[in-house]
Design a protein. Structure first.
Ligand SMILES: [Zn+2]
Ligand SMILES: [Zn+2]
Length: 250
């Protein structure tokens, strides 16, 4: 296990470490969601400040027709990012325009003069021309980080400190739990231990939801709620996570 925290540098994967995991497990909600979110946010900054002029990166983003809506929204916070976002999107839109013009063959011809079958063929060409040809590069980065973080968690789950921190944590969101159980080439005994621990956390949350619902449905509504008061919110976050799957950019 790695005990030192390593911050990302340009072009490097964010290395989630044992200490990062311990720290994230002491915070609310899924620790993997939290670490992935931090890694992607840092990566966006690294990209906008250090890699904007790297031709390969620009090619990837053009081919993806930009970023998915979730990652695209991360680009527009702060003045420094606006300049990077403008440069990138000028490039993407310029390329999309070029492809649309090519698909239309003669964009200046009046469209209503084209016969319907030819018009439909042209529309198909335009749709094909603007379709992303690869997945969102930040989704791709995010997926890689999920793998790195989940593998670290599974590998070290029998470490007493990490296991204890996991037991006291909110558990993994269901999407990350599913990924952890499906990790190829991971030690199956460790994965089974994780299933055991996650199951206990899910059962605890289910009991809190039961308590919440029975209090809400009871006639004595004035009795104050205990820790179960925010169980619905925690349950929504645990079930959905923040996992960004491909939005059709594959
Ligand atoms: Zn998660
Ligand atoms: Zn994305």
């Amino acid at each position: 296990m790695t005990r030192a925290s390593t911050r990302p540098r340009a072009g490097q994967d964010y290395r989630t470490t044992y200490t990062d995991l311990l720290e994230a497990l002491s915070q609310p909600d899924c620790a993997v969601c939290r670490l992935v979110n931090q890694a992607v946010r840092q990566h966006v900054d690294v990209f906008l400040y250090e890699q904007l002029l790297v031709i390969e990166r620009r090619d990837e983003i053009r081919a993806a027709r930009g970023f998915c809506s979730i990652h695209g929204a991360m680009l527009v916070g702060g003045h420094g990012r606006m300049l990077g976002a403008a440069t990138l999107h000028q490039d993407i839109i310029n390329d999309a325009l070029r492809q649309i013009d090519r698909a239309m063959n003669a964009p200046t011809v009046r469209l209503k003069r084209i016969f319907p079958p030819a018009l439909r063929a042209m529309l198909r060409n335009v749709a094909r021309a603007v379709r992303p040809r690869r997945m969102c590069p930040l989704c791709e980065y995010e997926r890689r980080q999920e793998g790195v973080i989940l593998r670290a968690l599974v590998n070290d789950i029998n470490d007493p400190a990490l296991r204890g921190a996991f037991e006291r944590s909110a558990g993994l969101c269901l999407p990350h739990f599913q990924m952890a159980v499906n990790l190829p080439d991971a030690p199956a005994g460790n994965q089974a231990r994780l299933v055991e621990l996650e199951r206990a956390i899910l059962a605890g949350l289910k009991a809190e939801l039961d308590e919440y619902l029975s209090r809400r449905n009871a006639s004595y509504e004035s009795e104050p709620m205990g820790a179960e008061a925010d169980a619905p919110l925690r349950a929504v976050r645990l079930v959905s996570g923040r996992v960004v799957h491909s939005d059709g950019r594959m």
